[in-house]
Design a protein around this ligand. Structure first.
Ligand code: SAJ
Length: 419
């Protein structure tokens, strides 16, 4: 039995590797030649704990091989990106490209599984694209249980930084377009998944993935809205939340600088796009969370204005702001889609100096160089800054909370001082 994984990114590579670690032959396919070369040398092109050793063993053991063009296999898994375009429209072009790439090598008896986070109906669309490319084969939309090619939707729900562990231990929803597809996919994931494999249909499985991330987004929006309300009413939101959470049926999440990452800030739009009239809380939560970084910038601006009013000779260019944390959440090095980066950039664009303190990186990514943001050590940033803004609750900041708290102009948007 041979498997093929289309897309060797944050999800595809660990998944392919786990199959390979269970002695299944896996052909990984990616359009990125650098990724293909790196993997074939037994190394990895992404940062994820435990993954490097697993890939090395899988490649050197002869179970995992990467290539640019698909080859015949028994099952094809697709884990390509589904970003959204301007206007919050989902971009399914990577899935369309994957369909085009695998269609020529499909053969009777194959199973095709979509893993990418997708709007409801995408699995049916994928089956349609495959059917158009291969009129000689039958697909579930025409032939149901008897189809030559079975198709299923099986989302992952792993947390970056814990991917290898969570892929194995999390429960997994298996949504076949037919009963047969669900059974085939269940048998496949059984190879390495220790969590429960729970059967459903493709549309429910698609919506389930979006629902999980939207649930979290809505709950974070509630916390972020509370932080604005409490600021207006002169109440410490962190104390308030910890008190309210003593109720046995209340569990409020944490306010922050906004919602970042590649999933929670994106997936709810897939729901809104399909059902704009019904998805009101889902949309509002997105708007509230997207507004939060702007609100933080307004707070910093007000603090700067306060400093300037005490120093009539000073100009904007003389002001120094320390931004503590740039990553999209605590204790990771991932700065992509990070609200903290957005805040730091906006502050820099006001014309003042920004000392960014990010203990998880050694240098600023190229994109941030020349934007007026400089990477600094915590001590010197605190000593030099007129205003300090805590944007991410990294562990080193918790350890240094007494030092940080001493600063006269400190804005804490993540509850560091409530620790
Ligand atoms: N955040 C808050 N307050 C909180 C919790 C999170 O402001 O109380 C912020 C974080 O700082 C971050 C953002 O939300 O900016 C998202 O972080 P996260 O840890 O909630 O989630 P992700 O994006 O790393 O991973 C999520 C997970 N989904 C859920 O928890 C429902 C993960 O299980 C999914 O697999 C992943 O999205 C995905 O790939 O869809």
């Amino acid at each position: 039995e041979t498997l093929s994984m289309i897309g060797l990114g944050y999800i595809g590579l660990p998944t392919a590797t786990l199959f390979a670690s269970r002695r299944k032959k896996v052909i990984g396919v990616d359009v990125n030649a650098y990724a293909v070369d790196t993997i074939n040398q037994g190394r990895i092109h992404i940062v994820e704990p435990e993954l490097d050793m697993l890939v090395q063993a899988a490649v050197h053991g002869g179970y995992l091989r990467a290539t640019l063009t698909p080859e015949p296999a028994d099952a094809f898994l697709i884990a390509v990106p589904t970003p959204f375009l301007e206007g919050n429209k989902p971009d399914l072009s990577y899935i369309a490209d994957a369909a085009k790439a695998i269609a020529p090598v499909l053969a009777k008896g194959n199973l095709v599984i979509l893993e990418s986070t997708s709007p409801v109906g995408t699995t049916e669309q994928l089956a349609q694209w495959l059917a158009e490319a291969r009129p000689d084969l039958s697909f579930p939309q025409q032939a149901g249980e008897e189809a030559d090619i079975q198709v299923a939707y099986c989302p992952e729900r792993v947390l970056p930084g814990r991917v290898v562990h969570e892929l194995v231990s999390n429960d997994r929803v298996i949504g076949g377009m037919t009963q047969k597809a669900t059974e085939m996919a269940t048998e496949l994931y059984r190879i390495f998944v220790e969590g429960a494999l729970v059967p459903t249909n493709a549309r429910t499985a698609e919506m389930c993935k979006l629902t999980e991330n939207s649930f979290r987004d809505v709950n974070i929006a509630f916390a972020n809205e509370l932080s604005l309300i409490c600021d207006r009413l002169n109440i410490n939101v962190w104390e308030l939340i910890s008190l309210a959470n003593r109720h046995p049926r209340v569990n409020i999440l944490q306010p922050g600088a906004g919602v970042g990452g590649h999933c929670i800030a994106v997936d709810p739009w897939f729901i809104v796009d399909k059902t704009p009239e019904e998805a009101r809380i889902v949309r509002l939560a997105r708007e509230i969370n997207d507004y939060k970084p702007e609100w933080v910038v307004e707070k910093v601006k007000a603090a700067i204005a306060g400093v300037l009013s005490l120093r009539p000779d000073a100009r904007m260019a003389d002001i120094k702001v320390a931004c503590l944390g740039l990553a999209f959440k605590p204790d990771i090095d991932d700065l992509r889609e990070s609200p903290a980066v957005g805040v730091a950039k906006k502050i820099a664009s006001l014309g003042c100096k920004v000392h960014a303190v990010e203990p998880n990186i050694k240098e600023l990514p190229a994109k941030l160089q020349g934007t007026g943001i400089e990477l600094s050590a915590l001590g010197s940033a605190l000593a030099d800054a007129d205003v300090v803004c805590v944007l991410v609750k990294h562990r080193p900041f918790i350890e240094q909370v007494a030092e940080i708290r001493k600063h006269a102009q400190c804005i804490d948007v993540v509850g560091l001082f409530a620790e």
